[in-house]
Design a protein around this ligand. Sequence first.
Ligand code: SOE
Length: 391
Amino acid sequence: MTEAVPRLGIGMVGYAFMGVAHSQAWRNAPRFFDLPLRPDMAAVAGRDEAAVSAAATKLGWSSTETDWKALVSRDDIDLVDICTPGDTHAEIAIAALEAGKHVLCEKPLANSVEEAEAMVRAAEASSGLAMVGFTYRRVPAIQLARQLVADGRIGTVRHVRAQYLQDWIADPQAPLSWRLDKQKAGSGALGDIGAHIVDLAQFVTGESVTGVSAVLETFVKERPVASEHSGLHGTAGTETGPVTVDDAAIFLGRMSGGGLATFEATRFAWGRKNAIRLEINGSLGSLAFDFEDMNVLHYFDATESAAVAGFRRIVVTEPEHAYVAAWWPPGHGLGYEHAFTHQAVDLITAVAEHRQPLPSFADGLVVQRVLAAVEESAANDSTWTPVTKES
Ligand code: SOE
């Protein structure tokens, strides 16, 4: 008889867009991957009793709490999954870590460097393990890109060209949401999507951003207040309110290996829905990725004869590629939600093996310091601003 797989009690705080994506991941992880622990979707927390109950039923959670503190103190919860706006990340994560729970926290790690530092300290002091949700690291094509760089296939990194382009607030009538409120989100396009490309640039190259020169802009300063919200979208009401974050963030950076980088994060790029574009030019070749064609990685090998060299379009759906063997036959492709499942799988495995899951809170802090340097530079006429290593 096979032995039962031990249980890992999961408690999730928040159940909007990210909560839905995480729920799907906890549900699917044991259905597609052989896991050392069985995630048990024990409880979801939200302030509105009726709404959180409806979400629990729809998403597959066994019980609900209307106070996250009650969820964190439950004995049947081993891991707290934080899917709330940034202004609550530090408080929930620190309380959970102090209670000895493992933590998965959505990105960006916090709304400030100080909060992120406190979270790192709490993680270091806890018996719980902590991970930040830079989910796109778990796209198989991104894993391949990192591998190719690590294997020296593009040589020394000269340029990183990173863009995250969306258009969901390009319409000035798109209503306000917490993502446009500095108090709740910390920053706008910068923290929401710029954080992802900073993390990806560092993850794929294995290097860090050492300094930046930045501009931030808020194009639409006043928007309708939403009368209703669902996912990223809402219904505009009659009142208006201020947008208190950046709509777009553009910055230059230097990489620790001597290369140069450009970053562009905007939610005003009509027609671009979730275009995460990463092009890396090295001394021996180039890589190019676009999330809107996420199962593909383009690779140019400059060591080949010029007569036959050209960008190779690698379809990253072979069982040899990271995570793919657990899913579908070659060519059948993965989507947005699969990276969340991979994140759950890697976290469960790290917990079972008692080792630090990556990206750690310390990795989240590194990104937070880049975001802070971008804000400082933009506030000082784009002055060159080093990314601090420690406060
Ligand atoms: C909105 O811009 C958003 O939902 C981000 O918050 C997520 O991190 C990104 O994965 C998709 O877009």
